[in-house]
Design a protein around this ligand. Structure first.
Ligand code: PEP
Ligand code: MN
Length: 277
């Protein structure tokens, strides 16, 4: 009987430490926002969306308008990319998150997507923040606001008001690593941003574990760290054939690696009394 009980009993979440606040306990779920760096074709995005839906998750990400360091690199499929994502989202029952790079694209992206991403390079583009807030004031679609690579937490939290004052307070922050002297990784992931944000605001915070890594083999470690720090969501780049990806080929996980990571993340999340959605 005892054995049977052990099989069905939910894992007890890690307890709070006497005398210290517990910044890991915000909500009972952790959203996983996975998808390719860039939407490349209908086939590519479809197989990714199918995998995410099969895993019982709710969101898929993809880039249609890509901020590239060099203007001769692949800049995304634009509106065709938005259409591909919206179609797959409808087919598999997933919400779609994608970046808005330019104020001129706000209405267009808002038409197709469920979540509007403000990329790191636009963190302090205040007119873009305001326009995104205005465009989504009625729909209250998610505004996914990434931290700039040289933005302090205080500057970041303060600028959220551009979005909320324009009429939409459905905001999620995203820590994605910053520039430091260290170059063993692409960016230095500021994992402490999670408890600091939880301490200073009620805004949920995601950790993008792919862009700070830059290479796929350390993505799992960053994902474990993000959950342990109390992240409300994780962003993970995945691709059916990462070696042939048109952007960020080195950091994307293939679908088998993604499934393996999810299985470990589910166990880790359970130890905090949380489930992945
Ligand atoms: C992205 O998420 O596609 C992206 C370009 O990220 P970042 O703005 O963090 O570089
Ligand atoms: Mn990318």
């Amino acid at each position: 009987m005892d054995e049977l009980m052990q099989d069905v009993a939910p894992e007890a979440p890690l307890g709070a430490i006497p005398g210290l606040p517990d910044y890991t306990q915000r909500g009972g779920t952790i959203s996983i926002i996975a998808g390719p760096c860039s939407v490349e074709s209908r086939e590519q995005f479809d197989v990714i969306a199918a995998c995410i839906a099969e895993e019982g998750l709710s969101w898929v990400r993809g880039g249609a308008f890509k901020p590239r360091t060099n203007p001769h690199s692949f800049e995304g499929l634009g509106e065709e990319g938005l259409r591909i994502m919206a179609d797959a989202g409808a087919r598999y029952g997933l919400k779609v998150l994608t970046e808005v790079m330019d104020s001129a694209h706000c209405e267009l992206v808002h038409e197709y997507a469920d979540g509007l991403q403000i990329g790191a390079r636009n963190c302090q583009n205040y007119s873009l923040l305001r326009t995104i807030g205005e465009v989504s004031a009625e729909s209250k679609k998610l505004v996914f606001y990434k931290r700039g690579m040289a933005t302090t937490i205080s500057e970041w939290l303060s600028a959220v008001d551009y979005i909320t004052a324009a009429g939409n307070d459905n905001v999620m922050l995203c820590e994605r690593g910053m520039r430091t002297f260290e170059n063993a990784t692409r960016y230095t992931l500021d994992i402490a941003a999670v408890p600091v944000v939880h301490k200073q605001s009620f805004i949920p915070i995601c950790v993008d574990v792919s862009h700070p890594a830059g290479v796929r083999d350390i993505v799992p470690s960053l994902a474990y760290a993000a959950i342990a720090a109390g992240a409300d969501a994780l962003m993970i780049e995945i691709h059916p054939n990462p070696a042939h990806a048109k952007s960020d080929a080195a950091q994307q996980l293939n679908l088998e690696q993604f499934r393996g990571l999810l299985s470990n993340l589910r166990e880790l999340a359970a130890s905090f009394g949380k489930t992945l959605v």
